[in-house]
Design a protein around this ligand. Structure first.
Ligand SMILES: [Zn+2]
Length: 290
């Protein structure tokens, strides 16, 4: 029986998975990398050819962009674009040609997503170089008042006061701003919020891998005790075979069954940890394995 489903196994270790990578997630991460290369190796022949062929205004502004005929490479680039955009940030130059509203150059993502209400046509074409001056930001060119927090966020961004050869790309998920495939992979897979837990400690335990694996399965409520078997419709009887009284949950089998409890009492665990017998399964494992 597969005790823990694939979706949980492929989560990152930080959120309780085994950190196995899915082929799909890895593929998307590689396609995002292709986007990164297209932007950072802009002078390379392959990048120039692709941009000249598919990066035309006519194409990028077309409504049916994704259904226009193109090469498999370009199709791949389009597939990786979403993840690429999630992870990338621009470092604007003094003469920056970047869009003030629509490019991602702050920690908040594209500013258009933070601002509510409509933008005038003129204002929507605003470039960063139109707002930046050698003396700081010129807010007067924006036809409405930006929220104070937003201004503070923008003012905290280091900006050059002279041109330094164009806007630079940075990968926002790595400390040095260079592209990293592992962080891209975590952007490419959806990290589910439900039932996740920090599981990195399990793999640091000074124990055999089989024990680590056992603890990990317990944390996922996926051990062959009666309660888990009932949930998987393998049996209908949830009663503990040892005491024949209570339901056999994981914590019952490990701690609460009267036959088992005696052993713990003899080992005097509750004298050092007063909540030893009242913690739930996960808390109990975290406290007592570490
Ligand atoms: Zn029992």
């Amino acid at each position: 029986m597969r005790w823990v489903n694939w979706g949980k196994v492929t989560r990152l270790k930080e959120v309780g998975g085994l950190g196995l990578q899915t082929a799909k997630g890895r593929n998307t991460a590689l396609l995002a990398k292709l986007n990164w290369r297209l932007h950072t190796e802009g002078d390379a022949l392959w990048a120039r050819v692709l941009k000249a062929k598919y990066g035309t205004r006519q194409r990028t502004e077309a409504r049916n962009k994704s259904s226009l005929p193109c090469s498999t490479t370009w199709r791949g680039i389009m597939k990786g674009e979403e993840v690429f955009k999630k992870g990338v940030k621009w470092i604007p130059d003094f003469e920056s040609n970047l869009s003030f509203w629509f490019d991602c150059w702050t920690n908040l993502g594209p500013l258009r997503q933070v601002i509510h209400g409509p933008l005038t046509r003129e204002s929507s074409h605003l470039r960063i170089r139109g707002v930046i001056t050698p003396y700081g930001w010129d807010w007067s060119v924006i036809p409405f008042d930006l929220p104070t927090e937003l201004k503070a966020e923008i003012q905290a961004i280091p900006t050059p006061i002279v041109a330094r050869g164009g806007d630079k790309l940075a990968w926002s998920h790595s400390p040095r701003g260079s592209f990293s495939l592992s962080s891209t992979y975590s952007l490419a897979i959806e990290v589910p919020n439900e039932e996740s837990f920090s599981g990195r400690w399990i793999w640091k335990l000074n124990a055999f891998p089989t024990i680590q694996n056992f603890v990990w399965k317990c944390m996922h409520n996926s051990i062959g005790v009666k309660e888990c078997l009932v949930k998987r419709v393998v049996t209908q009887d949830p009663i503990c075979p040892l005491c024949q009284v209570e339901r056999e949950s994981i914590i019952h089998a490990l701690r609460d069954c009267e036959r088992i409890k005696l052993i713990w009492v003899q080992l005097k665990f509750q004298t050092t940890n007063q909540v030893f017998f009242t913690q739930n399964t996960r808390e109990w494992l975290v406290t007592n394995c570490n």
